[in-house]
Design a protein around this ligand. Structure first.
Ligand code: SF4
Length: 295
């Protein structure tokens, strides 16, 4: 459910503000009406979408900010899960972190793009936060959720001028946060953006070599995080047949982990309890517990 359009942040690598224009938020009453209609149509999970959802309403001088919107959607009957995407670390408020404590429907997951772990690179990216302030947000989120929150991110490797030391800062941040998953990108210049004009572009072989090292650390963290799911019973929102094996169903835990299990077609679109029997690096395998279609 789109709640806002455009972006005012002008990260130096990104074309979005030039092509989508300045930030505009939709009226909260329209968003809530649409969310209620989706719930009435049987939708179980709502994802609130925008380039920078944390600044919802701020540029437009609305009465409701993003955290207020989450609290309001949390009251809608029929909705079981709320997610949001994408969240800019510079605008993540304590009030929104508090919503993880108060709103039982807010999924215990956050996608919080870090992009780099070096302050020097973050500054050149025009991200407007530091490694320290980002790590402080992670600390607060973990504190608010008693360590349960799953954290995913976006990381760019080989941004212009990224030294080996800068890159190691990214690796050490990844080791510290231990992400549940990440979209990882090799930097590629977007014409019309400031970073495309920087003269200290990184040679492709260096970018690729760093990318491989980063994936190794990411995979280690993901495997370690997934291992703790073995034996747990998770509520899984069933999405449909698995792409690899049509006889298997696939769905997502509250923490966005993919779970594959044998089930029945009537489970699609429902939330079912699944016992996790095996943890892999990128997904979980499970067996469905007793489930009644009236649930
Ligand atoms: Fe905006 Fe995200 Fe692009 Fe930065 S990366 S300019 S926050 S859309």
């Amino acid at each position: 459910l789109t709640i806002m359009y455009g972006c005012d942040n002008f990260c130096s690598f990104c074309i979005v503000p030039y092509v989508r224009g300045r930030e505009r938020s939709r009226e909260a009453s329209d968003i809530l009406r649409e969310a209620e209609a989706l719930a009435a149509a049987g939708v179980k999970e709502i994802m609130l979408l925008g380039q920078n959802v944390n600044s919802y309403g701020l540029a437009d001088g609305f009465d409701m900010d993003f955290a207020d919107l989450i609290y309001a959607v949390n009251e809608i009957e029929g909705i079981d899960r709320i997610r949001f995407m994408t969240s800019h670390p510079k605008d993540l408020s304590d009030k929104l972190i508090g919503a993880y404590r108060d709103c039982e429907k807010l999924a215990c997951h956050i996608h919080l793009p870090v992009q780099a772990g070096s302050d020097r690179v973050l500054k050149r990216m025009n991200r407007k936060y530091t490694r320290g302030s980002y790590l402080e947000l992670i600390r607060k989120l973990r504190e608010a959720t008693e360590g349960r929150i799953a954290i995913t991110t976006d990381i760019i490797v080989g941004f212009p001028g990224e030294t080996e030391e800068d890159f190691r800062d990214t690796l050490s941040l990844m080791e510290e946060v231990k992400y549940d998953s990440a979209f990882t990108f090799l930097y590629s210049p977007r014409p019309g953006t400031p970073a495309a004009e920087y003269e200290d572009q990184i040679p492709e072989p260096v970018k690729h070599e760093r990318f491989e090292r980063m994936r190794e650390i990411l995979d280690e963290g993901m495997a370690e995080n997934n291992a703790v799911y073995e034996g747990r019973i998770e509520k899984v929102l069933v999405e449909g047949p698995s792409r690899k094996n049509r006889k298997t169903l696939t769905g997502r835990t509250e923490s966005m982990k993919i779970v594959n299990f044998e089930g029945r077609p009537e489970m699609i679109g429902q939330i079912v309890p699944v016992r996790i029997t095996e943890a892999k690096t990128y997904s979980l395998v499970g067996e469905v517990m007793e489930w009644d279609t009236r649930q």
